[in-house]
Design a binder for this molecule. Structure first.
Ligand code: 0L1
Ligand code: MG
Length: 256
């Protein structure tokens, strides 16, 4: 069945721009993953056309907690641009989002390109630094409900990222404790081991998935490894802090 890739991309892009929820695409068209990724790429083309710069990618549904929370089994990925970066410690307006959630992650900064087929050792050697990070996810679909095709098309709910201090000396990221607090109360605890068993596997998978789409991971790109725990919904006034053992913390606030 033919799919109006550009039309559906425009619908999702405008929903994000206007911070307004739209009905799931699945109610009118059943997307296979390849079509959904084409829609995602078309959304990014629109964003680049408005002057945004591509600066990385994100992995999604990398932990069992996230997969269970969303009822989706596959690892998925999305594209990041500079406009999605929220300054660490900043206050962000709720008006930018439909119904945002946050999840604790770690981020990789690449010191050289990482092609398809990279080994875990090559991935490790491509890392310039690692940082504690928060992903702000914001589905453009009503009630945060979607099929696999829907969420891939919606750039895997990518909306914002907050990056804490970059650490270039850390060697073992396999099992670092992770805690996410909102307004001083710990809401999620976990470990980086929840990210595909070891976050480096997420970077290897990122290189494969992105490279197979013709977009080799570039020097200077950020790769968000994926949530270490389930996500938490946000409200106006919330102060979110993610702490990762040995890496430090990343924080931001939501204002009206
Ligand atoms: O980054 C993620 O794991 C999110 C993937 C999309 C599902 C969601 O919106 O939670
Ligand atoms: Mg995520």
């Amino acid at each position: 069945m033919s799919v109006d890739i550009k039309g559906l991309a425009a619908r999702l892009d405008e929903a994000a721009l206007n911070a307004e929820a739209i009905p799931q695409l699945a109610l009118e068209v059943e997307l296979i993953s390849a079509q959904a990724y084409e829609i995602q790429a078309a959304i990014i083309a629109r964003r680049l056309g408005r002057g945004e710069k591509r600066n990385g990618m994100k992995m999604g549904l990398t932990s069992r907690a996230k997969a269970l929370q969303m009822g989706v089994e596959d690892v998925i990925w999305g594209r990041i641009t500079d406009a999605m970066v929220v300054e660490e410690g900043a206050a962000v307006s709720m008006s930018k989002y439909v119904h945002p959630r946050v999840e604790p992650e770690i981020a990789f900064l690449l010191k050289h390109p990482l092609p398809v087929g990279a080994t875990a050792l090559e991935a490790q050697n491509a890392i310039a630094a690692v940082a504690p990070a928060i992903e702000i996810i914001d589905s453009r679909y009503k009630d945060f409900k979607f099929s696999l095709g829907d969420v891939i098309a919606d750039n895997t709910s990518a909306s914002g990222l907050v990056i804490g201090p970059w650490n270039s000396a850390i060697e073992d990221i396999s099992n670092l404790g992770v805690a996410m607090s909102i307004n001083g109360a710990v809401r999620q605890v976990g470990t980086t081991a929840a990210i595909l068993g070891h976050p480096i596997r997420s970077l290897v998978a990122a290189a494969d998935l992105s490279g197979r789409a013709g977009e080799t991971l570039e020097e200077g790109w950020i790769v968000m490894a994926g949530g270490a725990t389930a996500a938490e919904a946000l409200s106006v006034g919330d102060h979110i802090v993610v702490e990762v053992q040995g890496l430090g913390r990343a924080a931001f606030k939501i204002e009206a």
